[in-house]
Design a protein around this ligand. Structure first.
Ligand SMILES: [Zn+2]
Length: 544
């Protein structure tokens, strides 16, 4: 069955270097899934880009006394380098600063307005008398009125996870100046979520294939009842409003001084990026957004959960154009470092580029795959990193492949007369292929990874039991090595989504390569006959 898959990954803010939590939270899981879909023969589109607007950018730019534009220009190349080094298979990685994104964001807004989901309301926002300006929520810090956690930002409480409105902080202060801020009236556009409560509820109730905790957390937010949320802010950095296209009676005061709020606008990037990709490649964006059989997967950390399970679906439903809604939000928990939250200023930090240079991309990808935070927070531990690479990747996977290829090359001179496949090997391979496919179809990447380890343990046990290097039975030895070569052939397919670089190296030795093609499914058992090694087998992995 031919299927279309859309993959959207969280849009990283370009206000700092991406640490290894970003790799574990969305980049690597999304890439594994994308590579799986491509090997499965699905028509796959993966897009994202840099999130350049909003207060995370302006706060950092203010701190550094440079313009937001300058900050964006400084960090964008680093993000691009990271994506390249880690071989993340984006079909398009763009940015929210494009003209295309601006145009489409404005269209989304105008549709919502036309369809009756937008109201204009006066509300109170944080205002700094000292600086004589409205302060975005992120510039304001105080105590969360719900859980009383201190030093929370104006837009979200990291402790209880609630998104906060102005006034939800006790004792609010300006983050830059440290002075008291007040609430002052200003006019903004609001998204009428209560109007969509029922439709969002139906959408979520029909999505009980989500990870259980994601499903429950989303229902929890819905039970509290959706509230109207402002989608514009008093800020000068961001996508402006299409003033000339808004009916006069719907204009708000000082509209030129407002911008779309970044949470409203960045998610539209999934859509605008598809349009950009389609224009650049002469393809159809409608195939991915209007064909109801196309499934949409999103990868993100848990701080982005409600934006993808409630707010983005609401923006899509509100278009009334039948756009595809998220099929699976692959929300991940956080990655900790030796039990602590990442924080560059407190020295709890691993730079993604540096660790790749020091230990190799595939070692990092392999270890992260072994600790994915799918259902609970995961912990990066240096000792465990070393053990996982040395014991699993080198001693089990690398060693099996190497032993087989060396025996094939040195003892059998790459000739096998008796091409008999061991029954157990056939049975096990089929079982692993089936379970691996089923796991990844459900985005259970951690269990797919464990199946590979399980398969390799089986393979090593098989070889150790048969001991071809101690046996003089040529026919039997040929059968064992022939069967083991079949295992290697399938291992490279199963491992390619996880450690692509190493598998490309293995393919060079074997003299063939994986070429994902729409309609071609690599997960059916395939016999390899008469392999000619292109070079002398070298160990694929090194201990660290
Ligand atoms: Zn709180």
């Amino acid at each position: 069955m031919l299927r279309r898959i859309f993959i959207g990954t969280a849009w990283p803010y370009v206000n700092g270097d991406l640490h290894i939590g970003h790799l574990a939270g969305y980049l690597i899981p999304a890439d594994i899934f994308s590579r799986f879909c491509r090997l499965k023969g699905y028509e796959t589109l993966m897009v994202s880009g840099t999130d350049c607007h909003g207060t995370p950018i302006t706060v950092e730019a203010d701190k550094r006394k440079i313009t937001p534009q300058k900050l964006v220009e400084e960090y964008t190349p680093k993000v691009l380098e990271l994506i390249k080094i880690y071989q993340i298979t984006y079909d398009l990685f763009t940015s929210t600063t494009t003209e295309n994104h601006k145009k489409i964001t404005q269209e989304f807004f105008l549709n919502l307005l036309k369809n009756g989901y937008i109201s204009k309301e006066k509300s109170y926002q944080y205002f700094s008398p000292e600086e004589n300006r409205f302060l975005p929520d992120r510039y304001v810090e105080g105590e969360c009125k719900f859980c009383l956690a201190k030093e929370q930002r104006g837009d979200q409480c990291e402790n209880c996870g609630r998104s906060l409105e102005p006034g939800d902080l006790l004792n609010p202060k300006s983050k830059l100046k440290g002075t008291q801020v007040i609430l002052k009236e200003t006019e903004h556009y609001f998204f009428d979520y209560p109007k969509l409560q029922k439709e969002i509820e139906n959408f979520v109730l029909n999505s009980n294939h989500w990870r259980e905790w994601v499903y429950k957390e989303t229902l929890g937010f819905l039970r509290e009842g959706l509230k109207e949320r402002a989608i514009t802010r008093d800020i000068d950095w961001g996508v402006p409003l299409p003033k000339e296209k808004i009916p006069e009676n719907f204009l708000i005061e000082n509209i030129e001084e407002k911008r779309f709020y970044v949470w409203f606008e960045a998610v539209i990037g999934y859509f605008s990026a598809t349009v950009e990709w389609s224009e650049k490649n002469n393809k159809s964006w409608e195939d991915f957004w209007l064909d109801p059989s196309c499934r949409h997967y999103y990868f993100m950390g848990k701080d982005n959960l409600i934006f993808h399970t409630i707010f983005w679906p609401a923006e899509l439903i509100g278009q009334q154009k039948g756009y595809n809604l998220p099929y699976f939000p692959a929300v991940n928990n956080f990655l900790l470092l030796e039990g602590k939250k990442f924080s560059k200023s407190r020295g709890v930090h691993i730079d993604s580029l540096e660790i790749a240079k020091d230990y190799g991309v595939d070692n990092v990808r392999f270890y992260i795959s072994s600790i994915l935070p799918e259902n609970k927070d995961a912990d990066f531990k240096w000792q465990e990193f070393k053990n996982t690479i040395n014991n699993e990747l080198v001693d089990k996977i690398g060693n099996f492949i190497h032993r087989v290829l060396v025996f094939y090359n040195d003892k059998l001179c790459q000739k096998i007369e008796h091409q008999n496949l061991d029954n157990e090997v056939l049975k096990k391979t089929n079982e692993i292929l089936k379970n691996y496919e089923e796991s990844l179809e459900k985005c259970q990447i951690a269990s797919a990874f464990n199946l590979i380890l399980n398969y390799v343990n089986f393979a090593n046990r098989y070889l150790d039991k048969e001991k071809p290097w101690h046996s003089k039975n040529k026919q039997k030895n040929e059968e064992v090595i022939f069967s083991s070569l079949q295992i290697i052939n399938h291992l490279r397919i199963l491992l390619w989504p996880f450690i692509p670089k190493s598998m490309e190296k293995l393919d060079k030795i074997l003299g063939f390569s994986l070429e994902p093609k729409i309609g071609k499914n690599y997960f059916n058992f395939q016999f390899l006959k008469d392999i000619r090694l292109r070079s002398k087998p070298e160990p694929l992995f090194k201990k660290i």
